[in-house]
Design a protein around this ligand. Structure first.
Ligand SMILES: C[S@@+](CC[C@H](N)C(=O)[O-])C[C@H]1O[C@@H](n2cnc3c(N)ncnc32)[C@H](O)[C@@H]1O
Length: 190
C-alpha cells in the first residue's frame, strides 16, 4: 500500500487535474465499487485504473480476469498495472478511445464501466466525450459506476446521455469520504 501511495503521489505532482486525488482509492471504496458489478454479464471496463486498488477489488469479487479491460492514460501507471495484474488486459490509452480498446480486446458487449476518472475535474468536453462513448457501448442492462467526493452526481448532465442516476453506497472510511453512483439507461432503470 505504501508503495502505491508513493507512486500515486508522484503521478499527481505531474498532472493533478487528470489524477484527481492525492491518494489511491481506499480498500472499502474499491470494494463498494466492485460490488456494483454483481449480476452483470459481458465485459467489465475499468476506466482510470491508477495503482490498481479497484482492479484488485474486482478480481477479489470473482470477476473473471478475461472479462476485464483496464484503461489508464498515464504510461507509468499503465505499466505498473500490467505488471501487477498479468492476466488482465491493461490498455495504456485515453478513456475517450474506449470504443477502439473494447473492439480490439474482442470481449463483446460491455456489462459495466467502473470509473475512477476525476470526471468533475476533467475539461467538460473530455468528460462529455467519455460519457457519450460509454453510454453508447453499454448494453441495455449495462451500468456505469463512478465515485465522487462531493454531494452531487459526478455526471451532472447524465440525462443528456439517456442515463438515470442513483447513489448506491456511501464510504466514510476513505480519504476523503466518497459516494458511489450507478448510472443505467433511463428506460432500463427500475
Ligand atoms: C483518482 S485516480 C485513480 C484511482 C485508482 N482507483 C487508484 O486507487 O489508484 C484517476 C485515474 O484516472 C486516470 N485518468 C484520468 N483521465 C483519464 C483518461 N481520459 N483516460 C484514462 N485514464 C484517465 C489518471 O491517470 C488516474 O490514474
Amino acid at each position: 500500500m505504501a508503495g502505491s501511495v508513493f507512486i500515486f503521489l508522484a503521478r499527481w505532482l505531474r498532472d493533478p487535474a487528470h489524477i484527481g486525488a492525492i491518494m489511491p482509492s481506499g480498500k472499502q471504496l474499491a470494494r463498494a465499487m466492485a460490488a456494483q458489478v454483481a449480476g452483470t454479464t459481458g465485459a467489465i471496463v475499468e476506466l482510470g485504473g491508477g495503482t490498481g486498488t479497484v482492479t484488485e477489488a474486482l478480481l477479489a469479487a470473482q470477476v473473471d480476469p478475461k472479462r476485464l479491460i483496464v484503461l489508464e492514460r498515464d504510461g507509468h501507471l499503465a505499466d505498473h498495472l500490467a505488471k501487477r495484474f498479468p492476466g488482465v488486459t491493461v490498455v495504456h490509452g485515453d478513456a475517450r478511445d474506449v470504443r477502439a480498446a473494447v473492439a480490439k480486446a474482442n470481449v463483446g458487449p460491455v456489462g459495466a464501466f467502473v470509473s475512477s476518472l476525476p470526471l468533475l475535474s476533467l475539461p467538460s468536453a473530455e468528460c462529455a466525450a467519455i460519457v457519450a462513448e460509454c453510454s453508447q457501448l453499454m448494453g441495455a442492462d449495462g451500468r456505469f459506476v463512478q465515485f465522487t467526493y462531493g454531494p452531487r452526481s459526478p455526471i451532472p448532465n447524465h440525462g443528456q446521455f439517456g442515463l438515470q442516476a442513483r447513489a448506491t453506497a456511501w464510504v466514510l472510511w476513505n480519504v476523503p469520504p466518497a459516494t458511489v453512483w450507478r448510472y443505467t439507461r433511463a428506460a432500463a432503470a427500475a
